[in-house]
Ligand binder design. Sequence first.
Ligand SMILES: Nc1ncnc2c1ncn2[C@@H]1O[C@H](COP(=O)(O)OP(=O)(O)OP(=O)(O)O)[C@@H](O)[C@H]1O
Ligand SMILES: [Mg+2]
Length: 551
Amino acid sequence: MSAPAEIMAVEVDDLEDLFEHAPCGYLAAGADGHITRVNSTFCKWLGHGKTAFIGHRFQDFLNIAGKIYYETHFAPLMRMQGFFNEVALDLVRADGSPLPVLVNAAERRGESGNLRFIRITVFNASDRRRYERELLDARRAAERANAELLELNQTLERRIAEAVEARLISERALHQAQKMEAVGQLTGGIAHDFNNMLAVIVSSLGLLERRLANGEDVSRFVSAAKEGANRAADLTRRLLSFSRQQTVAPEAINANQMVADISELLRRTLGESVQLETVLAGGLWQVHADKNLLESAILNLAINARDAMSEGGRLTIETANCHLDEAYAAEQAIASGQYVMVAVTDTGTGMTPDVVAKAFEPFFTTKGVGKGTGLGLSQVFGFVKQSNGHIKIYSEVGHGTTMKIYLPRFYGAPKDSRPQTSDHLALASGREVILLVEDDAQVLSLTAQTLRDLGYEVIGTPNAAEALKALSTHPGIRLLYTDLVMPDMNGRALADEARRRRPDLKILFTSGYARNAIVHNGTLDPEMNVLQKPASMQHLAAKVREIHNSA
Ligand SMILES: Nc1ncnc2c1ncn2[C@@H]1O[C@H](COP(=O)(O)OP(=O)(O)OP(=O)(O)O)[C@@H](O)[C@H]1O
Ligand SMILES: [Mg+2]
């Protein structure tokens, strides 16, 4: 073999190898479509030997769908333009499994335009199909996630509202449960204390009855029954004070003067072992509050302090002007501004945070049975709140306690409206007629009797309508003495109407234990005369006299 012929042979070999083992399938077909040549790669892919292809057409190795496509689309395309590119089809392997492929086909023509053969190039598309499927899956997943997000956004507001609502309901239920617990505690406490007092009254009355029948001295039992009744009255007063339903008669008070006034009483209450000290601020502002209630509040605090200092100690009462700033006031839900502080400090046992948290609750006491009713601080709390003030406990276990009461500053002129009382009874002078209005028949007859005993002439009526009738037929009436809370027309309305008819008529209100839906949230105008039920004979006599004597 000559040298050029040798080189030729090597090149042909090389090309042969390229054709047979290229990473794609090569086929050649004649003008009639019958395969004339096929490379090894293609044979390997389909699992057939070369002879299986020769004389068959490419489309004979496609799956059914591929065959149809080929005949309807690509064979005509081939005839029209002589080629097609990148057509995705599925071949069927010898074992029946599909082989996804991309197929290119092109006619090869000679110089004269005659068709020499058709070249078919086949790319294995297994990987590509898998990627495509994965891509599709991924796209579907993304779309699903997107839809879910959209749905979430749309329902988010509703779901938040539902969650908030559910929480509110459970909070309300909790609050209700706590309230019921407090009410239960309160009811139990009242029932317990009332039973004790009633036992005293009932057994005293029973004894009274028997001794009366025997003609014995019964004053002992009368005073026991009276004491029981008074204690019951005191309990209801304290309860009303806590529930802020007592009638209060606020007046301008100088707290320094008041502390000085009760210091003697305090000293006696505290006993020898407790030292009393007062630190009273100069130029102290006036406060607007019910003087009797403020006195009893301070007395209550002093008694608590004494009980906390069984070994003795020091009680300090301090007064000061002060300003509660916006931040503190908002936090405590009170009005900011100027207040007068009265602080009562002891050097006693102090209170644990737990006790501090419960101290104002009615019937909360750490004192033994029969020692404390647990109403002292709840009464103080009720009074302070009703006076638009504020109360705060500072306490250290083992060191002592400070109770600070803040009462709003009063800007008006001072005025003393305290009734003058003394031991002797102030009697009627001359013929003085009182119109008495009271819806409770028993109280009506009892009060009428008391006033008659004091020398007054009394016209008793059970309601406002009767009272107005009596007013027009008895020109001698000088004083209207009426209950504040009555069905139909209340005492205040009656007084207004009576004054309209008789401008010189004097008015005295009385108010008792019933819940009073009285003008000004249970507070009367300061210039109005009011007598708290049950009033002692002395008080009644003094008050009625005072009013008669006033201009
Ligand atoms: N100054 C104080 N030092 C220590 N503990 C106190 C003081 N003041 C009140 N407490 C505690 O608070 C509780 C409640 O006080 P509160 O005055 O309401 O009822 P009480 O004193 O137990 O009974 P009551 O006042 O009705 O006789 C007391 O039992 C006590 O434990
Ligand atoms: Mg007490």
